[in-house]
Design a binder for this molecule. Structure first.
Ligand code: NDP
Length: 304
């Protein structure tokens, strides 16, 4: 029986460890402060931002949410970022991606002060990651590393395969695994014979954005499988395919008219893996935990 890697429980551990650090900062100077900027009205982004802001408040951190209209220009957004860069009470600036098409995302990422870049996307911090030097790390891959470490999964020497090469997940994920001494293979849409490459993995990380794409033929029996994907399924035939061996998914679909699934087939992974992350409740909660950890660390650096 495969072990389920419970992201919620590990999130709680991380948050509990942050609480005394937050209390110390609040007593000595002020609580750590995070601002979340949301442009437009993408419902998924709204949900992400409100759960980040809510977690901040529950931890006793200061948090602020700036909502801007879909029509916001790059220059307007840059003006707000400059103001947050200057503000003494703000330690972390988060701009929720994706941004509307007219906004130059690269200029926006470059404008955030690297020491307030709690998402770890600024090119300076990406360079620090490549060099394995201290800096805020991208939250999702950093969360996966915490999940592996706290679950007692040996990374050093392991064959790790990362499917996906995006700037926010795949690439930083591969670098963090390499720094932790795994032998890393990065796959993408041009990879030849993806199932065969994936079957080499002791640790398989799926970050593709393709619902239940990773099926039995991709998973070596006994592998640890981490599913970063979050996909909402609204099509019944698709829900039925995914529910093979995982009837709870179909039940959720029947109840809500849609269901959340990862990039890994839930029935197949439960049969073959030694341990795996569920969706929801796997990697997602870790992303939020690492955002909180990055904000606390930035505050500790700033406030001495
Ligand atoms: P992107 O769309 O930016 O990148 C997807 C990557 O997967 C690309 O590198 C692409 O290859 C690769 N890919 C797509 N299809 C295939 C295929 N058929 N075979 C091999 N490789 C393929 O996605 P993100 O990295 O931003 O996100 C990935 C998933 O993770 C999404 O489901 C997203 O919702 C989720 N996510 C979850 C988070 C969490 O907190 N749990 C946080 C962030 C993202 P190529 O480069 O060749 O196009």
């Amino acid at each position: 029986m495969a072990r389920i890697l419970d992201g919620k429980a590990i999130q709680q551990q991380i948050l509990d460890e942050l609480k005394p650090r937050i209390a110390r900062l609040a007593a000595a100077r002020r609580p750590p402060g995070l601002v979340a900027v949301l442009v437009g009205d993408n419902p998924a982004s709204q949900l992400y931002v409100s759960s980040k802001v809510k977690t901040c408040r529950e931890l006793g951190m200061y948090s602020e949410e700036l909502r801007l209209p879909e029509s916001t220009s790059t220059e307007e957004l840059l003006r707000h970022i400059e103001e947050f860069n200057q503000r003494e009470d703000i330690d972390g600036i988060l701009v929720q991606m994706p941004l509307p098409r007219q906004i130059d995302s690269r200029r926006v990422l470059l404008a955030i002060r690297p020491d307030k870049d709690v998402d770890g996307f600024h090119p300076f911090n990406v360079g620090q990651l490549v060099a394995n030097a201290p800096a805020p790390r991208a939250c999702t891959p950093a969360g996966v590393m915490e999940l592996l470490r706290r679950s007692g999964i040996e990374v050093a020497g392991a064959e790790a395969v990362v499917v996906g090469r995006s700037d926010i997940v795949g690439k930083p994920m591969a670098l963090l695994l390499m720094h932790a001494h795994a032998t890393v293979t990065i796959c993408h849409s041009r990879t030849r014979d993806l199932p065969a490459v994936c079957r080499r993995a002791d640790i398989l990380i799926a970050a593709m954005g393709r619902p239940a794409f990773i099926t039995a033929e991709f998973i070596r029996p006994g592998a640890v499988v981490v599913d970063v994907g979050i996909n909402r399924i609204t099509d019944r035939a698709e829900a039925e395919r995914i529910a093979r061996g995982a009837p709870a998914k179909l039940a959720a679909f029947e109840k809500n008219g849609s269901v959340l699934v990862g990039d890994v087939h839930p029935g197949d992974v439960a049969t073959l893996a030694s341990a795996y992350t569920p969706v929801p409740g796997g990697v997602g909660p870790l992303t939020i935990a690492m955002l909180m950890a990055n904000t606390v660390e930035c505050a500790e650096k700033r406030l001495g």
